[in-house]
Design a protein around this ligand. Structure first.
Ligand code: PGA
Ligand code: ZN
Length: 434
């Protein structure tokens, strides 16, 4: 039996130059796997704990040496000589070793890096690609997720004044992933040209999207429609729009402050504002339209728009099955964003996807704004046939690495994997029509 022979953690840097955890796992057959974890900027209040050193002498307190020590001194001795094949058992041991509800003892960054390295080791033992190994035992037909590409950045990911954090395009009306990706890239390039011509900045935000200083959210949507058109695609049949408001960032004392438009809206007025956008633009998905603790606002939103568009809970659900179940029970939202580091183990992440699927919620596997070269989320999205993947814009290696991994998986002749775009299009476009 192949077993875990060595686990070593180290501090590396993410796409923002901020420390994060990488774990290197050596198997008894000498093969090595490496996994690292991302980090958010607009983090949900109820996310698992990202353990940081807090020592201001190093990396402004953001070092992760405590998490590194926790892997090397606490986790490694427990997992040595175990087979990596039983992910659920390994993750359960990590949860017990930590002993807290939010993984604050060992750190979700320490725990997740180990959990992912173990999954990669299991794939080696099974002699399968990671996506196929993750699929073992799930009885789930795999598919390639439809991307949500974040081509204009605002909110906490840029300094351009836009309050909405992400303006995304969804290339759904294509038969395969490579063609859909190509459309996204061509639209991104067209947008760059338009911005240049109008004298706007073409520098990019944290997720690789442009961050022009625009006067309103509608101005951003109009520019994107123009870019779609100019690249030769059709908005509303091939390409659709998607927003992430990350509204907890501009919610204060019961009001949503859209400072760039000088609007200060209560939940009902924000729902009106969004309904008008949905009427006027081919928007199929809105994420975190309401703040993470504004469940009453979410209820209002879902009643009004839940039959028309995908309403995604990110900070609301934080990949936590307990919070998701509350949403399902109260008929709140109809989709969940899945971020492994919000919950801290692969097993719990996969449980959240499966729980959402059972309830008929759409699933979107997601990166974080601070990323590494680790591409596990691409494999994860394929393995459980997540409907969509959110992994940023069409530039910067931290984002492109995930798209490139999906290209590799699409080209794997050993598997015939359908592109989820047409399936999502049918599901979401039907919603919008009714
Ligand atoms: P974050 O943003 O990684 O900064 O939290 C991504 C998102 O809100 O979806
Ligand atoms: Zn979000």
């Amino acid at each position: 039996m192949i077993v875990i022979q060595q686990l070593i953690a180290r501090e590396i840097l993410d796409s923002r130059g901020i420390p994060t955890v990488e774990v290197e796992l050596t198997l008894s057959n000498g093969l090595i796997t490496v996994a690292s974890v991302p980090s958010g900027a607009s983090t949900g209040e109820h996310e698992a704990c990202e353990l940081r050193d807090g020592n201001w002498q190093r990396y402004l307190g953001k070092g992760v040496l405590k998490a590194v020590v926790n892997v090397n001194d606490v986790i490694a001795p427990t997992l040595l000589n175990q087979s990596p094949l039983d992910q659920a058992s390994i993750d359960q041991q990590l949860i017990v070793l930590d002993g807290t509800l939010n993984k604050s003892h060992l750190g979700a960054n320490a725990i997740l890096a180990v959990s992912l390295a173990v999954a990669k080791a299991a794939a080696i033992c099974r002699q399968l690609p990671l996506f196929a190994s993750l699929n073992v035992g799930t009885a789930q037909a795999m598919s390639i997720p439809a991307p949500m590409m974040n081509i204009i950045n605002g909110g906490a990911h840029a300094n351009n004044g836009l309050n909405f954090q992400e303006f995304m395009i969804m290339p759904l009306g294509f038969d395969d992933f490579p063609r859909a990706l190509q459309a996204g890239v061509e639209i991104f390039q067209a947008l760059k040209k338009i911005l240049n011509t109008r004298g706007f900045s073409t520098s990019v935000g944290d997720e690789g999207g442009f961050a022009p200083a625009l006067a309103s959210h509608r101005a951003a949507l109009d520019l994107i429609l123009e870019a779609i058109n100019s690249a030769g695609y059709s908005a509303g049949t091939q390409i659709f729009l998607s927003l992430d408001l990350a509204s907890s960032e501009f919610y204060q004392e019961g009001l949503y402050h859209l400072s760039c438009e000088n609007l200060h809206l209560d939940a009902a007025a924000l729902v009106d504002y969004l309904s008008a956008l949905v009427e006027d633009y081919p928007i199929l998905s809105i994420e975190d339209a309401m703040a993470e603790n504004d469940w009453a606002g979410w209820q209002l939103l879902t009643l009004r728009l839940g039959h028309k568009v995908q309403l995604v809970g990110d900070d609301l659900f934080v990949t936590n099955t307990r919070l998701l179940q509350r949403g399902i029970d109260q008929h709140i939202a109809n989709a969940i964003l899945i971020k492994p580091n919000q919950i801290g183990t692969l097993t719990e992440t996969m449980a959240a996807i499966q729980c959402a699927k059972r309830a008929g919620y759409q699933t979107i596997v997601s990166h974080r704004s601070g990323e590494t070269e680790d591409t596990t989320i691409a494999d994860l999205a394929v393995s459980l046939a997540a409907d969509q993947i959110k992994t940023g814009s069409l530039c910067r290696t931290d984002r492109m690495a995930k798209y490139n991994q999906l290209l590799r998986i699409s080209a794997d002749k050993a598997y015939t994997l359908a592109y989820a775009g047409p399936r999502i299009l049918q599901c979401l476009a039907n919603m919008k029509v009714t």
